[in-house]
Design a protein around this ligand. Structure first.
Ligand code: GLC
Length: 546
């Protein structure tokens, strides 16, 4: 009797599509995307062939940081719908074979959260204040915050507030905007509450939770100074006293035990932004999170040696803990690849090549809404900017709005199909000609970026069967990133400025741009990626182990 290989859990090598709910589809015409809008458009995701959808926060929120300032973790903001709309979305997604991942924001709450309101209304030293990180004002230096920590959005990470009983002022910590006070994870009330929230969403039927700032939560017990380069020198993130503290791993071990006991392959997915591969991989040890975002590709230059080095180091670090990366090229926090790689034709060409590279790698992959359309970053006018970074930085950093502009579904129409006709203007303005990139137009074009993503995601599912964690480097030249995945297929990306002959490449399966036929061998043009079936399974001298 033959035994088939055990099926991989979906989170190990699946493709997950990130929906930024505010900007995906607006069903009620108020200018903001909503849950019924997402439900109505889920067929787009199904036809793309992804395994799962991750929804950014839709919880009650004053929306200071686009919903990452949560007032109630167990409800839906009327802007986005109601709890029944989550249930309907999950049901429709499951009918289409898609998993649903919701966002969990445990590092901080909104300043309007009942806990923080109670904290402000209570005196220093009270139980209510101990749920957050309050510190006394130093009488000798009343303007000096407790330490040098900076907010990721600019300025000090401390705000001074009065005591309601006329007592001394206190400082509270906010690693993001002042409207997002950090929770005190050393107070057992906080983990108890979040354990309950995780359980609550799983019981409601969601397949996973994406944990916002999963490496933050616990802070250094002495709140020691962080020094220069905070939030900018990403490579040193793991050294910051507000990140990557040991107790966070105990927490995730407890959550893992709880989540794995719930039937149905549920997953905990960490937004872990550490660039020390070994520190990063610790979050996906077998008894911790199921998956952690791997931002290495997103942060890497368009250079073959840099990419080979990054991919190799990352895979090796994850391999040592028995896990695979979850690659990310785009998100609601990053400049879109098309623009990051130079914009225009060249940017799009590189973005497509990068996507083919990402989708060929062992592990899971994330696709951010609009990435499959090749959307560029939008340069918005000052008055349209809504990201708190803009004001907090004294209007020097424009922020992330340019990757959050509502999606064009149709070639024409007031909002390019984002909202019904006659709707309020979208919360961020769409640029003229946005319909050129629309789903409608690209669906009709077999050479479109959308058709390309569909083909890549669908072929990947078949091609990567049985080669889950296999990668063998294929040495084609300094400017080419080349590798094979087991015997099945290979990928080559030319990052140089000259076409490179691909000998022994065999049959081409998919290309990110047209590849002209050559006599003796295939010529791979610059900024182009291909997937191929190797001509000869044993490439002998060509191969070196990754
Ligand atoms: C995460 C989110 C980002 C948000 C921040 C604070 O990095 O992706 O959008 O501003 O956390 O919650």
């Amino acid at each position: 009797m033959t035994r088939s290989a055990p099926r991989e859990p979906w989170w190990r090598a699946g493709v997950c599509y990130q929906v930024y709910v505010r900007s995906f589809a607006d069903s009620d015409g108020d200018g903001t995307g909503d849950l019924p809008g997402v439900t109505a458009r889920l067929s787009h995701l199904a036809s793309l062939g992804v395994d799962a959808v991750w929804l950014t926060p839709f919880y009650p929120s004053p929306m200071v940081d686009g919903g990452y300032d949560v007032v109630d973790h167990r409800d839906v903001d009327p802007l986005f719908g109601a709890l029944a709309d989550v249930d309907a979305l999950v049901a429709e997604a499951h009918r289409l074979g898609l998993r649903v991942v919701c966002d969990l924001v445990p590092n901080h709450t909104s300043d309007r959260h009942p806990w923080f309101r109670a904290a402000l209304a209570a005196p220093p030293g009270s139980a209510a204040r101990r749920r957050y990180v309050f510190r006394p004002v130093d009488d000798d230096q009343p303007d000096q915050p407790p330490n040098d920590w900076q907010s990721a959005f600019g300025g000090s990470a401390w705000r001074r507030v009065p005591s309601p009983d006329g007592g001394p002022d206190e400082w509270y910590l906010h690693l993001f905007s002042p409207e997002q006070p950090d929770l005190n994870w050393d107070n057992p009330e906080v983990p108890a509450e979040f354990r309950d929230i995780v359980r609550w969403w799983l019981d409601r039927g969601v397949d996973g939770l994406r944990i916002d700032m999963a490496h933050a939560l616990f802070k250094h017990p002495d709140l020691v100074d962080a020094g220069p380069g905070q939030h900018t020198e990403f490579r040193r993130n793991h050294l910051m006293p507000f990140f990557d503290q040991a107790p966070v791993h105990c927490l995730y071990r407890q959550w893992r035990t709880m989540v794995d006991a719930v039937p149905g392959e549920r997953a905990l997915i960490g937004e872990v932004c550490l660039f020390d591969a070994d520190r990063q991989a610790r979050y996906v040890r077998p008894d911790e999170l199921h998956q952690a975002f791997t931002f290495e590709l997103l942060e890497c230059d368009w250079s073959a040696p840099a990419l080979r080095d990054t991919i190799g180091r990352t895979l090796e670090a994850y391999r040592r803990v028995g896990a695979l990366p979850a690659w990310v090229l785009n998100s609601h926090d990053a400049t879109r690849t098309v623009t990051r790689y130079g914009g225009g034709e060249r940017g799009l060409r590189r973005a497509r090549a990068a996507a083919l590279l990402m989708l060929a790698l062992p592990g899971a992959a994330y696709v951010y809404q609009g990435e499959e359309l090749g959307l560029p970053q939008v340069d918005l006018p000052d008055e349209a900017l809504r990201d708190p970074v803009w004001e907090r930085s004294g209007r020097t950093v424009r922020g992330r709005d340019g990757s959050r502009v509502p999606i064009p579904w149709t070639a024409d129409g007031g909002t390019y199909g984002f909202a019904p006709e006659g709707a309020e203007p979208p919360w961020l303005p769409q640029p003229d000609g946005w319909g050129t990139w629309s789903v409608q137009r690209q669906t009709a074009d077999p050479a479109s970026t959308l058709a390309f993503y569909q083909a890549a995601i669908r072929s990947r599912r078949e091609l990567s069967k049985g080669v889950a964690d296999k990668l063998t480097w294929w040495d084609i030249g300094l400017d080419v990133v080349g590798f094979r995945r087991g015997e099945g297929f290979g990928c080559a990306v030319n990052l140089g400025d000259r076409a490179v002959p691909l000998t022994d490449v065999g049959r081409l399966l998919l290309t990110s741009a047209p590849v002209p036929p050559a006599d003796e061998s295939t010529l791979l043009p610059p900024d182009t990626a291909v997937w191929f079936v190797p001509a000869c399974h044993d490439a002998g001298g060509h191969a070196r182990r990754g």
